[in-house]
Design a protein around this ligand. Structure first.
Ligand SMILES: *[C@@H]1O[C@H](CO)[C@@H](O)[C@H](O)[C@H]1NC(C)=O
Ligand SMILES: *[C@@H]1O[C@H](CO)[C@@H](O)[C@H](O)[C@H]1NC(C)=O
Ligand SMILES: *[C@@H]1O[C@H](CO)[C@@H](O)[C@H](O)[C@H]1NC(C)=O
Ligand SMILES: *[C@@H]1O[C@H](CO)[C@@H](O)[C@H](O)[C@H]1NC(C)=O
Ligand SMILES: *[C@@H]1O[C@H](CO)[C@@H](O)[C@H](O)[C@H]1NC(C)=O
Ligand SMILES: *[C@@H]1O[C@H](CO)[C@@H](O)[C@H](O)[C@H]1NC(C)=O
Ligand SMILES: *[C@@H]1O[C@H](CO)[C@@H](O)[C@H](O)[C@H]1NC(C)=O
Ligand SMILES: *[C@@H]1O[C@H](CO)[C@@H](O)[C@H](O)[C@H]1NC(C)=O
Ligand SMILES: *[C@@H]1O[C@H](CO)[C@@H](O)[C@H](O)[C@H]1NC(C)=O
Ligand SMILES: *[C@@H]1O[C@H](CO)[C@@H](O)[C@H](O)[C@H]1NC(C)=O
Ligand SMILES: *[C@@H]1O[C@H](CO)[C@@H](O)[C@H](O)[C@H]1NC(C)=O
Ligand SMILES: *[C@@H]1O[C@H](CO)[C@@H](O)[C@H](O)[C@H]1NC(C)=O
Length: 373
């Protein structure tokens, strides 16, 4: 479906955006320019997909932006000023959420312009919250999924120019994720590195919230893995505000939260689905796995994918133990913290952020968000 746009652009036909500059860059060697680098010469940047991989990845990112746009507007409209005030979110705080919604409009516009006339339009969504703090919690997690999903593919795009603009989108969106953590009373950034996941992982976690999409939207070709549920996910926003200062969950720039949400050695109970379930927009996607029998739980966080053994397997249920370890040893942050992702796998293959997609073929179910801290 991407070929017409690509062909048109390669044939030098006009594309809507970006507008061409009036001055022609010089082709002579620049002073103070070390040799090497990519895309540093005078070739005009091409801010569009250069491959099916690019098209599908940017399309997925656009779908994420459209979902967030709807989410922020919906949350602001659903709850009253009093509902927000009851959980210490006041007028200026609500305006910030409004600004983030407007920022999503800009991000969606950028992605639509990069994709061209086939760009996806807004879908209809279902969001699982009934209270302001649930809205904040959900938005924080959706923002983390978007951030990690883009981090997983941005360095693999054929179009480095498109990646440039996406990076500028991503860094703005990262602030959004942190802002929601602060509204939730969480430690704003308890990790040293943001996590990268694959497009199929991102799509698996987004699809359940999309009810239907217009017929003209490009079909998302990434895999939908079978669903995974964390039975005892740590809950950062309990309704009971205990009077313990270290347990205070009111919105703040930061709380120490010295009583951590989770800890190494914690037992985690899991349930998962079998493949073949209809999912996503118009229930027109089918969950799929190419993995063998479930054996491990992959903890995907920061620079690391750490495996623990899946125990007590009975049908589609099992347990595991939260792993220990820091990213770099002494002084660096715990691998398992913040909003991270766990998945059930058939093997414990070693992967690092740039080849994380090698894990896709081994996923039995998931990923799901694990709210470690
Ligand atoms: C926050 O998210 C976690 C993980 O999805 C969930 O278990 C918990 O119930 C949520 N809490 C609220 C108040 O929404
Ligand atoms: C996560 O980081 C916070 C802030 O540094 C810390 O208080 C908490 O103990 C950490 N949680 C885990 C599970 O390591
Ligand atoms: C999905 O369902 C909606 C509402 O019934 C319909 O308008 C739309 O055309 C459908 N989309 C696809 C891709 O079939
Ligand atoms: C987790 O599983 C264990 C044993 O399988 C069980 O004893 C425990 O009650 C479960 N906890 C939750 C929260 O489901
Ligand atoms: C902290 O809050 C959680 C969630 O409400 C509660 O289960 C726990 O008992 C609290 N801890 C303390 C020390 O107050
Ligand atoms: C929550 O508890 C803290 C004390 O830890 C208190 O200062 C704050 O007012 C409480 N918030 C609400 C909304 O009750
Ligand atoms: C916050 O935690 C740090 C590290 O444990 C500690 O040094 C500091 O005293 C704590 N501050 C407060 C106000 O609890
Ligand atoms: C985690 O590792 C630290 C440092 O090696 C150790 O002190 C602690 O006991 C370990 N915790 C668990 C639950 O294994
Ligand atoms: C998963 O996808 C493969 C390849 O398209 C297909 O052969 C298989 O039947 C699918 N499995 C399920 C459960 O749909
Ligand atoms: C596991 O699944 C089988 C087949 O559906 C069923 O007969 C059995 O009762 C299930 N076991 C448990 C513990 O749910
Ligand atoms: C986490 O990843 C870093 C970078 O690859 C590595 O040096 C470190 O040993 C890993 N930590 C753990 C606990 O696996
Ligand atoms: C870790 O830090 C402690 C305290 O600063 C120090 O005594 C110890 O030697 C360090 N260990 C390593 C492996 O660097």
């Amino acid at each position: 479906m991407w070929i017409p746009i690509l062909a048109a652009a390669l044939a030098g036909l006009a594309v809507a955006w970006p507008t061409t500059t009036t001055t022609t860059p010089t082709t002579t060697a620049l002073n103070f320019q070390p040799s090497g680098g990519l895309g540093t010469n005078s070739t005009p940047p091409f801010y569009h997909p250069l491959s099916d991989f690019d098209f599908q990845s940017l399309n997925l990112a656009l779908n994420q932006q459209l979902l967030e746009l709807d989410l922020f507007h919906f949350g602001l409209a659903k709850f009253t000023v009093q509902d927000f005030q009851d959980v210490q979110i006041f007028e200026a705080d609500r305006f910030l959420i409004q600004f983030l919604a407007d920022q999503k409009v800009s991000h969606a516009t950028l992605l639509s312009n990069m994709i061209g006339e086939q760009a996806a339009n807004q879908c209809t969504y279902q969001f699982p919250f009934q209270a302001v703090r649930e809205f904040i919690n959900f938005s924080q997690q959706i923002a983390a999924i978007g951030e990690s999903g883009i981090l997983g593919f941005i360095e693999h795009l054929n179009s480095r120019a498109a990646a440039q603009l996406l990076a500028q989108t991503l860094t703005a969106s990262s602030r959004e994720q942190m802002i929601f953590r602060q509204y939730e009373g969480l430690f704003p950034v308890p990790v040293d590195f943001q996590t990268a996941i694959t497009q199929s992982m991102m799509w698996t976690m987004l699809a359940p919230f999309i009810i239907s999409c217009p017929a003209g939207n490009p079909v998302i070709e990434f895999q939908n893995f079978p669903g995974l549920n964390v039975v005892n996910n740590p809950d950062p926003t309990p309704f009971i505000n205990t009077s313990t200062p270290d347990n205070n969950t009111d919105p703040a720039i930061t709380h120490n939260r010295s009583i951590p949400l989770s800890f190494p050695g914690r037992q985690v109970n899991l349930t998962w689905e079998l493949p073949g379930q209809a999912i996503g927009p118009n229930s027109s996607f089918v969950t799929n796995t190419t993995a063998g029998a479930p054996q491990f739980v992959a903890w995907i966080s920061q620079l690391n994918t750490t495996y623990t053994v899946l125990d007590n397997i009975v049908n589609q249920t099992g347990t595991t133990i939260q792993p220990n370890g820091t990213v770099f040893g002494n002084g660096s942050s715990a691998v398992v913290n913040a909003t991270m992702f766990i998945a059930i796998t058939d093997e414990d293959i070693f992967v690092t952020p740039f080849n994380i997609s090698m894990i896709n073929a081994h996923i039995v179910a998931g990923p799901a968000v694990y709210q470690a801290g």
